[in-house]
Design a protein around this ligand. Structure first.
Ligand code: HEC
Ligand code: HEC
Ligand code: HEC
Ligand code: HEC
Length: 469
């Protein structure tokens, strides 16, 4: 039985289609030369790790296990493999992750960086495969991001997890990853979707300038796209369903923690410059005009006391977190605002001070993660957050493209949550989608992002919401 927690099908698709990788969902497929594949694999070095052995996707794929054609399992769907393998959808992205390294775009990136063959380069394999795993005999790097990359190495639970006596606790004790815990979920995804300091898990500005796409991520939205399970009655008996708003809020705070932590490490610097990937891309990548009548595109941002002309730190998560904090942790919200400002302003002085300010802000983000993870959000809370996201105070902060994108994803997620919470009918929500679509259009092309247009789109969404709530 499927409860109303189930995300309405199709609800979010338009968003990611409009926004993220234009076009590839519409059938960009990869012709894989098997000869090339095996030749490449031989060249891939093995890495050592003390973690549990990863047995490989083949060990999950049996037709009596997760390899059924239809989602008709008694407890879990059992067709998880088919969903994971569907190359034509976002849900299949992880099985495709290694294959894309064989495509021309990946090879061009690797060539520019002097990395040799992309599909064998550790700098790419860290995220496009389950590279760090200790490997069992059936493990294949060519499986890309396999089941165990998220669910944990199955060495100690493979043979017991499907038995009648296996409980959730038993599986966890044997090393299965508790992905129903929003903080564990965020940690798992962010390693690849934002980065980490583990080998081969960081997309630097050098990689982006060689052609790597930007990384854009929202935990609840992306999780819904790769989803291959139902939150039904037995699921709720076995596991926790954190709900969309909790997942979103935890995702925001943990992304900020991750970003600040990485910025503060040695990889936060590149030569005499900071690692540019942490800063707003468009602040540097703008056209310059010698026309005396030209208008500048750098806009004042009330939450960022930085000098005119300095690239701002990418503050997408700070903005959205401030909305969540005001509703769910008002006692922490004021300090969080102040510490965000202090961090921005420290960046205008020196790196040591910026790292110290990042550590303070990180403490706040950690406190917020803990608070959000342990809390449910009522539909009243969700409406309040949504109104703040759409309101004037936050709108003034969407001066950068990434903040705009993160705001649209938040609107999408929060509206979906309101439908799941029964506060907005699916019909009313789909009426609002037309306006949300306008907001998505306003962030379609990073190079033509205009904050004023974006704010106008948000005003329409807000008017629609005011009618509903
Ligand atoms: C920090 C993890 C990480 C590293 C390291 C990384 N990537 Fe990626 N890569 C991603 C993610 C995540 C995406 C998907 C971006 C999205 O759509 O949000 C991606 C997307 C891509 C794409 C576009 C795929 C498509 O479907 O169109 C290519 C090509 C690519 N990466 C190549 C590379 C190459 C080549 C390297 C090594 C030089 C590399 N990546 C290193 C995480 C990483
Ligand atoms: C990108 C990460 C990721 C990958 C890769 C992945 N999963 Fe999942 N899976 C999840 C998340 C997140 C959930 C939902 C949280 C939960 O129930 O633990 C989930 C849920 C499940 C469930 C439902 C559990 C239940 O209790 O109802 C099964 C079964 C499952 N996955 C099997 C697989 C198999 C088999 C593969 C490989 C073919 C796979 N997963 C690949 C992240 C992933
Ligand atoms: C081991 C690295 C890794 C982990 C862990 C991982 N991903 Fe991914 N993910 C990738 C890469 C690489 C791509 C891009 C593949 C491509 O474009 O073909 C990707 C693509 C995706 C996409 C499709 C993006 C798009 O543009 O449509 C979604 C959705 C996604 N991941 C969600 C998640 C979620 C949710 C989690 C955590 C439960 C997660 N991923 C964990 C590496 C990872
Ligand atoms: C502090 C300034 C700054 C920031 C911030 C910045 N870049 Fe760059 N970017 C540069 C410089 C400098 C170059 C080298 C430019 C050159 O030689 O033309 C460059 C080159 C590039 C190139 C290659 C352009 C070309 O046609 O040769 C791409 C793509 C790129 N950056 C993407 C990004 C992305 C994506 C971000 C944000 C995640 C970003 N940049 C953030 C300064 C910046």
């Amino acid at each position: 039985m499927t409860l109303s927690l189930e995300r309405p099908r199709g609800m979010k698709r338009f968003g990611i289609r409009a926004l993220l990788n234009d076009g590839w969902i519409l059938g960009r497929r990869f012709a894989v030369s098997l000869a090339l594949a095996s030749a490449t694999l031989l060249a891939i070095p093995l890495s050592a790790s003390s973690q549990a052995l990863h047995n490989g996707v083949a060990t999950c794929a049996g037709s009596t296990c997760h390899g059924r054609q239809a989602a008709d399992g008694a407890v879990v769907r059992q067709n998880e493999l088919v969903v994971w393998q569907d190359y034509s959808s976002a849900a299949g992205a992880h099985s495709r992750a290694w294959r894309v390294l064989q495509g021309p775009r990946a090879q061009k990136i690797a060539d520019r960086l002097g990395l040799g063959r992309a599909s064998a380069a550790p700098a790419c394999l860290g995220c496009h495969t389950d590279f760090a795993a200790r490997r069992g005999p059936r493990f294949q790097v060519s499986d890309g991001v396999g089941c165990e990359a998220c669910h944990g190495g199955s060495e100690n639970w493979l043979s017991s997890h499907y038995t009648a006596s296996a409980t959730r606790q038993d599986n966890l004790a044997r090393g299965m990853t508790a992905l129903d815990d929003p903080r564990t979920l965020a940690t798992t995804c962010l390693g690849c979707h934002l980065g980490s300091d583990k080998p081969g898990q960081f997309v630097s500005h050098r990689m982006m300038s060689a052609g790597h796409p930007r990384l854009s991520f929202e935990l609840d939205l992306f999780n819904s796209f790769q989803r291959h399970h139902d939150v039904d009655a037995d699921y709720l008996q076995r596991k926790r369903s954190a709900g969309g708003v909790t997942t979103w809020a935890v995702g925001q705070s943990m992304a900020l923690e991750r970003s600040l932590t990485l910025y503060s490490k040695p990889l936060g610097q590149d030569g005499v410059f900071p690692e540019l990937v942490f800063f707003d891309c468009q602040s540097c990548h703008r056209a310059i005009s010698d026309d005396p009548a030209a208008t500048v595109r750098f806009g004042a941002n009330p939450a960022r006391p930085i000098p005119w002309g300095m690239p701002p730190y990418n503050d997408e998560n700070m903005i959205l977190l401030s909305a969540a904090a005001r509703v769910a942790a008002p006692d922490l919200a004021t300090r969080f605002e102040a510490d965000s400002r202090a961090f921005h302003s420290a960046l205008g002085r020196d790196r040591t001070g910026a790292i110290a300010a990042a550590a303070v802000l990180n403490t706040d983000a950690r406190a917020l993660s803990a608070r959000f993870a342990g809390r449910g959000f009522s539909s009243g809370d969700t409406v309040k957050i949504l109104k703040i996201v759409l309101g004037d105070a936050l709108s003034a902060r969407y001066t950068d493209y990434t903040g705009g994108v993160q705001a649209v994803m938040a609107i999408d997620t929060l509206l979906t949550a309101l439908v799941a919470q029964g506060a907005v009918s699916p019909a009313a929500a789909s009426g609002m989608r037309r306006d949300i679509e306008l907001a998505y259009q306003a962030v379609r092309d990073p190079n033509s992002y205009r904050p004023e247009q974006f704010r106008a789109a948000l005003t329409r969404v807000r008017t629609g919401l005011d009618r509903l709530t």
